[in-house]
Design a protein around this ligand. Structure first.
Ligand SMILES: [Zn+2]
Ligand SMILES: [Zn+2]
Length: 301
């Protein structure tokens, strides 16, 4: 399929088609800090009634959003149309594309990007202002017509656990997960009129995820392969065990909560075949397990 190129898109309101579409989950990036030719950094988009809500924005995620916008005809995934971003934690593999998202075609943004993040988000937001200051001066002070001179500013809010966002039949909730000494780190639960999703963020086995994901349509969960873990130095094994969830632990969690689909992302494979982690879980869990790839789309049955 040929996709259009270099198309300037503006949009005041969602179309009827967008408003009537079912909620879609578009996986923008399934990667980790390790550069990967097939996986962008961690990012999942929930597309609901003409808006796209992103959960993390790792390196390359915005490029994937542009591709998804055209491949799946989702106008709200055009980068300057993305309204909202929720950051699970402030490890760089979850935030590296923040400047790209906030500043791509900023002068044509209807509204600045809204970002929710853990403590530390203010520091990042101030840094973003510095990154874009020279560009903003050139554009606003020069000959270029600038529709929205405030479009480069980011509206940031610090997350506290509980409901972060409520709009009609969309509810976004944040809860604290255990990502070792990276505190606070959050997971998210998203409920719409036709879908329930839990996104783990980065986490070791967390009781709260078992509780929140009981019977959900989709549980997106990070994972580290048991076999891959053994390829690490003792220092890294200790670190990974304290901050990530092994395939064995995730199978145990899934057996308790029985999501309709368990969808693996942010997989740490460490030299093993990617299918190994899937097999490790399937050996211990009978439900449906999917290893997500970038640009996969999920819709509730
Ligand atoms: Zn990560
Ligand atoms: Zn992390």
């Amino acid at each position: 399929m040929e996709l259009p190129s270099a198309r300037v898109e503006t949009r005041a309101l969602p179309t009827n088609k967008e408003l009537q579409a079912k909620t879609r989950v578009v996986v923008l990036g399934t990667g980790t800090p390790i550069p990967d030719a097939y996986r962008a950094g961690s990012s999942i988009a929930i597309v609901h009634k003409g808006q796209s809500y992103l959960f993390d924005v790792g390196a390359g995620a915005v490029r994937q959003a542009t591709i998804a916008r055209y491949r799946y005809d989702i106008p709200s995934l055009y980068p300057s149309q993305i309204c909202c971003l929720f950051l699970s934690h402030l490890h760089s593999d979850h935030t590296l594309d923040l400047s790209e998202l906030a500043h791509t075609l900023w002068w044509r943004r209807n509204e600045p990007l809204s970002v929710w993040g853990p403590i530390g988000i203010e520091r990042i937001a101030n840094g973003l202002l510095e990154i874009i200051a020279t560009d903003a001066e050139f554009r606003i002070g020069g000959l270029q017509p600038v529709e929205n001179p405030n479009g480069y500013k980011v509206n940031h809010q610090t997350i506290s656990p509980g409901i972060l966002y409520e709009e009609d039949d969309l509810i976004i909730e944040a809860f604290i997960v255990n990502h070792g000494d990276i505190e606070p780190s959050y997971g998210f639960k998203i409920i719409t009129d036709d879908l329930s999703v839990v996104i783990s963020g980065d986490t070791a086995y967390s009781e709260v995820i078992a509780e929140k994901s009981d019977g959900v349509d989709f549980l997106f969960h990070e994972v580290i392969s048991m076999e891959g873990l053994k390829n690490n130095s003792p220092g890294f094994q200790r670190y990974h065990n304290s901050v990530h969830t092994t395939s064995e632990e995730l199978a145990r969690l899934a057996n308790r909560t029985k999501p309709k689909k368990l969808i693996l992302y942010h997989g740490l494979f460490y030299g093993t075949e990617e299918s190994t982690v899937l097999r490790e879980i399937e050996d211990l869990y009978d439900g449906e397990v999917i290893l997500a790839n970038d640009l996969d789309v999920f819709i509730a049955d």
